[in-house]
Design a protein around this ligand. Structure first.
Ligand code: HEC
Length: 499
């Protein structure tokens, strides 16, 4: 992990880390251009595979359906050829006469991207565009000229196989206990990893399309719903059978959650950026998930996964939805927003019932008392606050204690307890009724992004920025196990902390 990435000054960083900064993980290796000796690509340039990715990276920021600089939208083949104010910029067969190519290589002021706005497109890429025009600027057979290129590229994108041994520590954004309370599922890099709590050993890897998991929730039948995505590219919620059969390598079971239909049971939905939070009612009948598109999608699963129904798309926040929770009856949906509010949506009545503004800073997480009588929220103001989901958005009580941003809050399924996780490297327990502070749990060495209780309510786990996972007993705060959840990572001496 590069140093710049570890800079921890700005408060805003936390959210950037949670949501949008790309990790230095081995990205999908770029498709190699066939090259001849002059460095120019040889014949057979594909528009969708070779040209469109270049346009997406270098042009769409200004030439998409929203921006249309020069009245030019480049997001479909048809629109590229229709051109902007000056008409079709492509002269098939003649790159030198095509503005579509000349604008990229010209020494004149009029270059694209505009000189004051960005670097020139690299030579090997302009050569691909030149070759494509030379070959007739054709569209790939079978591709609709009206097809949205961003969507086409997404569909064609294939996730990489996760590294066998991680060269970097994974950021733990999500962790959950298995239904038997004995193992942990942790979000990895394009995979979920499963660890035995007693031994701290890796037992299973489930490959996923999503680069990161942000929300994990077991359904009553033991299937695992996962919210996640690839920052800035795509987001999704999928449901896996992590008990499916797979091959075993060095004692670790490998499941292919990308292609194997016995593992990937359901693909609930896709969006264009990460899905950051997930909530499921204890009866498994209602599932809610939201994220960077500001929306929370609510699904009715009461007739089973196969008949999962999207019942509403709630757009109640002005910015990313960072956290969500459902009352046990599925009536109230609580959400945490980067817009500095927590909100309550009445799922049956389909209306916003409460806006809670007291944090006056980013709200990272929400929880709700099972019967829906109390809402809880945490955020960048370092506070835990409680209020009534069916009230007027007035605060009932607040509690400090964490020394830094509070990222996540969860309610214990069996006892009136809350757990919070914070940038101050601790997990804290709280009395749900009084907000009296319980134990402060140490053992992690970095921002604790995520926290979860075991289904039996007796254990609590925290997961941190540096790959750390620690499990404590709820009863006395004793540390049960701590390990790094980055498969095979050789942990070095801790880096000297820079101020
Ligand atoms: C930072 C914003 C920005 C980026 C990135 C950018 N453009 Fe432009 N483009 C503009 C603006 C603004 C105009 C209209 C004003 C002008 O002609 O200078 C324009 C105009 C054009 C036109 C002329 C359209 C017409 O009919 O008048 C073409 C062709 C074009 N761009 C191609 C590209 C290509 C190809 C890329 C990517 C390699 C690209 N642009 C990247 C801002 C951008």
């Amino acid at each position: 992990m590069p140093r710049w990435f570890r800079s921890r000054t700005a408060r805003a960083v936390a959210c950037a880390l949670l949501c949008s900064v790309s990790q230095t993980a081995p990205a999908q290796p770029e498709k190699k251009q066939p090259e001849n000796k002059t460095g120019a690509p040889t014949k057979g340039v594909s528009f969708i595979n070779d040209v469109a990715p270049i346009l997406k990276e270098n042009c769409f920021a200004c030439h998409d359906a929203k921006k249309k600089s020069g009245k030019y939208d480049m997001t479909t083949y048809e629109k590229i050829r229709a051109g902007g104010v000056n008409g079709d910029p492509v002269v098939p067969g003649k790159p030198d006469l095509s503005e579509f190519h000349e604008l990229l290589v010209t020494a004149e002021q009029r270059r694209m991207p505009p000189r004051d706005k960005g670097e020139a497109v690299p030579k090997d890429k302009t050569a691909v565009i030149a070759q494509w025009i030379k070959e007739g600027a054709k569209l790939d057979a079978g591709l609709d000229p009206k097809a949205d290129l961003v969507k086409e590229l997404r569909v064609r994108w294939a996730p990489p196989v996760p590294p066998k041994v991680y060269p970097f520590a994974i950021i733990v954004n999500a962790v959950a206990f298995t239904p038997d309370n004995k193992q942990l599922v942790v979000g990895g890099h394009h995979e979920l990893t499963v660890w035995d709590i007693a031994t701290g050993k890796l037992t299973k890897r489930i490959y996923t399309r999503a680069e990161r998991a942000y929300g994990l929730a077991f359904l009553p039948d033991g299937k695992l719903a996962v919210a996640g995505g690839r920052p800035g590219q795509e987001g999704d919620v999928r449901v896996y059978n992590i008990d499916a059969k797979g091959k075993v390598e060095d004692g670790v079971t490998i499941l292919d959650g990308v292609n194997d239909k016995a593992v990937l049971l359901k693909h609930l939905f896709d969006v264009e950026d990460s899905v950051l939070c997930l909530a499921v009612t204890p009866d498994g009948k209602t599932l809610a998930a939201g994220g960077c598109d500001r929306a929370v999608r609510v699904f009715d699963l009461s007739e089973g996964l196969d008949k999962a129904k999207l019942v509403q798309t709630v757009e109640n926040h002005a910015d990313w939805v960072l956290g969500c929770a459902l009352s046990a009856d599925g009536k109230f949906l609580l959400t945490a927003g980067r817009d500095k509010t927590a909100k309550v949506w009445d799922v049956k009545g389909k209306e916003s019932v409460v806006t809670f503004p007291e944090h006056q800073n980013i709200v990272y997480g929400v929880a709700v008392k099972a019967d829906g009588s109390a809402g809880f929220s945490v955020g960048a103001d370092k506070q835990l606050r409680t209020w009534k989901p069916n009230g007027e958005g007035k605060q009932v009580k607040n509690a400090g204690g964490h020394g830094d941003d509070v990222f996540k809050i969860v309610a214990n399924p069996k006892q009136p307890l809350l757990a919070t996780s914070s940038a101050d490297k601790t997990v804290r327990l709280w009395n749900m009724e009084t907000l009296a502070a319980g134990k402060s749990l140490a053992g992690l060495g970095d921002y604790v992004y995520t926290v979860a209780f075991s289904p039996d309510g007796e254990l609590v786990v925290g997961g941190s920025y540096d790959g750390g996972v620690a499990v404590w007993k709820v009863k006395d705060g004793a540390l049960v196990k701590a390990f790094n959840a980055s498969p095979g990572l050789v942990t070095k001496e801790p880096e000297p902390k820079k101020k």
